[in-house]
Design a protein around this ligand. Structure first.
Ligand code: KG4
Ligand code: ZN
Length: 358
């Protein structure tokens, strides 16, 4: 089925065409330069930029795919979660296109779509998920780690997701971005911190930073303690006269980046281990696959440790190709195609919502 996907949940305007789980085109227009000046995404500026860019981006995705708009058989749109003004632009565009083409419309949860990203094979290339969207066995354990979300899921099928836990404060990507600011690294924080942590000689044991576990039973995450510990390492402990930090040198900066990355990745791995031990209680039996997605799955250390954990536990690992870790519309089109094939349809009343559906 030839599906057009639209994604406008935050500051990326994206459109993609997917057929049978293969990405024919994926166009992402980042608004980074628009928000950089303010140190974060300004919602009003984001919606206006989406409005200006959405139709040219859709046209490009159609042209890059080598198809025509008339051939599109379904339209998928990320309708939640995200910035409401941004989501509305994508939802309105998707409705208008689906209505004018007389094809079905389906709303896709952006967080679920991050999990699906690893299933997408690129047309003509041997990327992740070459086996196509039907090749995974369920139940699977899913981890979404992005700038806005950090959650664990029991995935029983591509249309049944149950959230097992989520962050109680910062998302993992947000923690990377804040730690990068504390270290004085330029935007974008996460990838720059990753690069610094990989510098030859960077010692990931230089500083012992806290790994949050919460309660012994908890599958939730917390990254604010780690972020504060990092702040104290760089600026000193407030009210403690002897708490002055060591001088910041290039070596110490790299050591701190590596130590932070080790602790942050460990916090994710600890919860995955815990969830695997517990098993998919409601579904019975044991997990048969591990799925990861979201911007932070581009992190070199997380990718390595996820692969190690999957091997240790004998689970196949589904993880996106590097280009599909961060926000994109291919993951929306891909999961949308599966939903449409399963008979799911959204009505013209499809609403944008700031929160995930679960
Ligand atoms: O999935 P995404 O594009 O947006 C949300 O849905 O939130 O994720 C963006 C996040 C940012 O916080 C970014 O710093 C982080 O992913 N990120 C990384 C890396 N690449 C992107 N974090 C750590 N290491 C990376 N290599
Ligand atoms: Zn995202």
């Amino acid at each position: 089925m030839l599906v057009l996907g639209i994604e406008t949940s935050c500051d990326e305007t994206a459109a993609s065409v997917v057929r049978d789980g293969r990405v024919l085109s994926s166009v992402v227009a980042s608004q980074t330069e628009l928000h950089e000046l303010y140190g974060g995404v300004v919602p009003e500026l984001a919606s206006r930029a989406h409005l200006e860019r959405i139709m040219p981006i859709v046209s490009r995705a159609i042209a890059d795919a080598g198809v025509t708009l008339r051939e599109i058989e379904g339209v998928a749109v990320g309708n939640r979660p995200g910035l409401i003004g941004s989501l509305l632009v994508g939802v309105a565009a998707a409705k208008a296109l689906a209505w004018s083409l007389s094809v079905p419309l389906v709303g896709v949860d952006h967080v679920h779509a991050h999990l699906f990203a690893g299933m997408l094979g690129r047309a003509g290339a041997h990327g992740a998920g070459e086996g196509g969207p039907t090749s995974i066995e369920f139940p699977a354990l899913g981890l979404v780690v992005s700038g806005g979300h950090t959650s664990l899921y029991l995935v029983q099928s591509w249309t049944e997701f149950k959230r097992l836990g989520a962050t109680i404060d910062d998302a993992m990507g947000e923690a990377f971005d804040k730690a990068a600011v504390i270290l004085g690294l330029p935007f974008p924080g996460g990838p720059n911190l990753d690069a610094l942590a990989q510098k030859p000689g960077a010692n990931d044991r230089a500083v012992e930073l806290p790994v949050s576990r919460l309660g012994t039973e908890s599958l939730d995450f917390s990254f604010s303690g780690l972020k504060t510990a990092m702040l104290y390492e760089v600026r000193g402990v407030p009210g403690k006269p002897d708490g002055a930090p060591p001088a910041m040198t290039e070596t110490r900066r790299a050591d701190l980046a590596a130590s932070f990355q080790r602790a942050a990745v460990k916090a994710a791995i600890v919860k995955l281990e815990r969830a695997i031990e517990r098993g998919p209680r409601d579904a019975g039996g044991a997990y048969r696959a591990m799925i990861a997605g979201g911007g932070v799955t581009a992190n070199s250390r997380l990718r390595r440790e996820l692969a190690e954990l999957a091997t240790k536990r004998g689970l196949p690992l589904v993880i996106p190709a590097m280009s599909l870790c961060v926000d994109n519309a291919a993951m929306i089109a891909g999961l949308g195609e599966v939903k449409l094939a399963a008979g799911e349809r959204s009505g013209w009343e499809l609403a944008a919502a700031p929160t995930t559906g679960g």
